[in-house]
Design a protein around this ligand. Sequence first.
Ligand SMILES: Cc1ncc(COP(=O)(O)O)c(C=O)c1O
Length: 263
Amino acid sequence: MPHEIGGEYHLDDFPCRDVDPWPARRSFFASGRAALGALCRRWIETHSHARLWLPDYFCPEVVSSLCSRNIRVAFYTDNPQRAGPELSHLYVLPGDMVLAVNYFGVRSGDQWSAWRESTPSVALIEDHTHDPQSLWARSSRADFAFASLRKTLPLPDGAIAWSPRELSLPEAAPDGPPIGSSLKLAAMLYKRRYLDSGEIPTSLKETFLELQKRGEQILPEPNNEAISQRALSSGTGAQRRCRQAAVHFLACRPLPVQCRLCI
Ligand SMILES: Cc1ncc(COP(=O)(O)O)c(C=O)c1O
């Protein structure tokens, strides 16, 4: 099998061990940014002046996508090399939203829980993309939480949103044909074939990279909100932890500050 480091998933079977159920009340979306955008949209319906506070270490494509959805953003200091966020940089006004990121799934969430209790007029949204099954994710008391499932599961698309405080959840707007997801699924199939072929270099690699690139351009567009049927049927029945891998990665290699967070 060719030796590949990182990159996007190939098509794979789901391991069925170490499984916890998803929250009973949840909404599925095509991508993490679609889930976050929809949660913000729901909050803004009743808080029209709300800004979304983001950590300054966050995927720039996701920030652009939020801006293209007309969400006003502001930044506070946080990154994976810190023990926790710099809450004194959070100049929130009543009705604002704050995104807390559990970088690599290794934080406890205690600092954010205490902050939320002392700041009840603000919506706390947690991003559990890096470990949707962490203890923090499962015991959260945030207003809303979401995770991009396509980052930790071999799915062509997919994200989940839930409300630990049982607030009303948005639904994904119905889409047209899931073209971005289909391209990404084709890329995953080609990558599987490439890995099985044992050949390096091979045109299969160029094919999966091209499909992958085109799918990734289309999938995050604002009009692609709904999870695909394929991701829904395969991704919601089984889950797997990637926590050990993330902890190991962090322990071995401190991240450069300028490193972009798109795993
Ligand atoms: C921490 C984190 N949150 C959210 C996202 C957005 O997920 P998606 O690419 O599915 O929109 C990403 C990935 O880009 C991420 O790394």
